[in-house]
Design a protein. Structure first.
Length: 448
């Protein structure tokens, strides 16, 4: 089967590479000529573990190719995936201009039956608009060609995208015709051999599933951040509470980690878009409004703690930031909480030295020379008044604490992800702050 994928961002590139990996013939299309030229040389626009190898292998075998021309990609194709960006507009709604533009172009160039599949996260009703756009283009050409429109949202996590695609928990497909169902069944057969389901449903339900999933996960995080903040007030330890509640299989132990707020390209955008959809239909999604508000506050929490520790004045002080990307194993800086934290510290007159194992190149245009980019985690900590752990990269998990004590002005650590053994650190002579009154707070108190 031949498949065309329009859009070579996270979703498009991973989809294209992984479909090619199981023997589908794939052509990836993007309007960005520079990006396509780089991809043709095997150079990827994103950092994603495992992806370069798959792209390279399938490019060499001829199963995966890149072009800027949709028209030249369409002959012989059976399926077209639309995987272009849907950035949030001013009002929080997903901006569909790129999706609809692609739909129009498909209508302008198609010459035989096509299954057109929306893979970008798009609001309920988008497949219907894609359908109309194709129809308009066809009637402008005075052509009658059959096609179907389906919705197939993607659930991949950045940093684990290849594995998520190759071994999905489930694949969701919204279809209107038996033929569309059969085509997708054939396309995805290699991925559901592990027994995980390919769930067929109507198009609107598939579109809604993606938002409902991301909004539920964002809700879990804001809920745990709220619980962590109450733990601080009542003297409980969120790490213990997390383990205690996560042992209940109805709750489950995953995705219960408090931190400095969720970021990335999906949660903030999708929560906003779903709130907006609710409003359009006259329904106020009160839980999600609270999820968003809690997240906004949580992004300020670490800066608040730092300023409080230094008695309200951090002017002239210097801080080491460990980690910049919104989560580990990605260089993605979209909606990264590190940016808000750094902005607060700089506004209060502090100096900031940052280190991230992968994301510094992405962060450079955003931070410019307002901060110093360090060569490693120890260089960032040299002469600093405190370390602020922002992204839980593995590289930060087991530092040489005694060496750090020698480098720092004062041994203070703000752990934005609760990754360290707090009691151990206090015994090493560090002042430790976690999220949600971890055990060290009690040890700190005992020692005073
Ligand atoms: C998410 C969804 O997981 C994925 O299914 C969807 O397709 C796209 O959005 P992603 O944005 O790559 O994927 O990141 P994810 O690993 O889900 O983390 C999102 C944010 O939540 C990060 O900022 C992360 O630090 C935060 N998070 C996650 C927590 O604060 N606590 C947790 O327990 C889990």
């Amino acid at each position: 089967m031949k498949v065309v994928i329009v859009g070579t961002g996270y979703v498009g590139l991973v989809t294209g590479a992984c479909l090619a990996e199981v023997g589908t013939s794939v052509v990836c299309v993007d309007v960005d000529a520079a990006k396509i030229a780089r991809l043709q040389k095997g150079l990827l626009p994103i950092y994603e573990p495992g992806l370069p190898e798959i792209v390279m292998r399938n490019q060499q075998s001829g199963g995966l190719s890149f072009t800027t021309s949709l028209a030249s990609a369409l002959p012989g194709a059976e399926v077209v995936f639309i995987a272009v960006g849907t950035p949030p507009g001013e009002d929080g709604s997903a901006d569909l201009q790129y999706v609809l533009q692609v739909a129009h172009e498909v209508g302008q160039h198609m010459d035989h039956y096509l299954l057109v599949v929306t893979k970008s996260t798009v609001p309920v009703g988008t497949a219907a608009r894609v359908n109309r756009a194709i129809k308009e283009s066809l009637s402008a050409r005075q052509r009658i060609i059959e096609y179907d429109v389906a919705s197939n949202p993607e659930f991949l996590k950045e940093g684990a995208a290849v594995n998520d695609f190759l071994k999905p928990d489930r694949i969701v497909a919204g279809v209107n015709t038996t033929h569309a169902r059969e085509v997708l069944e054939q396309l995805y057969r290699p991925f559901v051999l592990n027994g995980h389901p390919l769930l067929f449903m109507d198009v609107a339900s598939a579109e809604m599933t993606k938002y409902a999933a991301n909004a539920m996960l964002a809700t879990r995080i804001s809920y745990m951040n709220d619980m962590a903040n109450v733990c601080t007030l009542v003297g409980a330890d969120i790490n213990q509470v997390r383990k205690g509640i996560g042992s209940d299989p109805r709750i489950g132990k995953h995705f219960l980690y408090p931190g400095i707020g969720y970021g990335g390209s999906c949660f903030p955008k999708d929560v906003k878009a779903l709130i907006r959809t609710g409003r359009e239909y006259g329904y106020q999604l009160r839980i999600l409004e609270a999820v968003e508000a809690v997240n906004e506050d949580q992004k300020q929490l670490l800066a608040d703690k730092v300023i409080r520790h230094f008695d309200g004045n951090i002017s002239g002080r210097s801080f080491a930031i460990w980690g910049l990307s919104f989560k580990p194993n990605t260089d993605d800086m979209r909606e990264a909480p590190s940016l808000i934290l750094i902005e607060r510290l700089l506004a209060a007159g502090a100096q900031v030295r940052v280190y991230d194992p992968v994301a510094m190149e992405e962060a450079l245009p955003l931070l410019g020379n307002s901060v110093t980019f360090a060569d490693d985690m120890y260089a960032a900590a040299t002469d600093a008044d405190a370390i602020l752990l922002v992204t839980e990269w593995n590289a930060f998990r087991m530092p040489d604490w005694q060496r750090l004590k020698g480098l720092l002005q004062s041994p203070v650590l703000f752990d934005g992800r609760n990754i360290y053994d707090d009691v151990h650190l206090v015994k090493q002579g560090f002042t430790y702050y976690g999220i949600g009154n971890t055990a060290a707070t009690a040890v700190n108190a005992l020692m005073q």
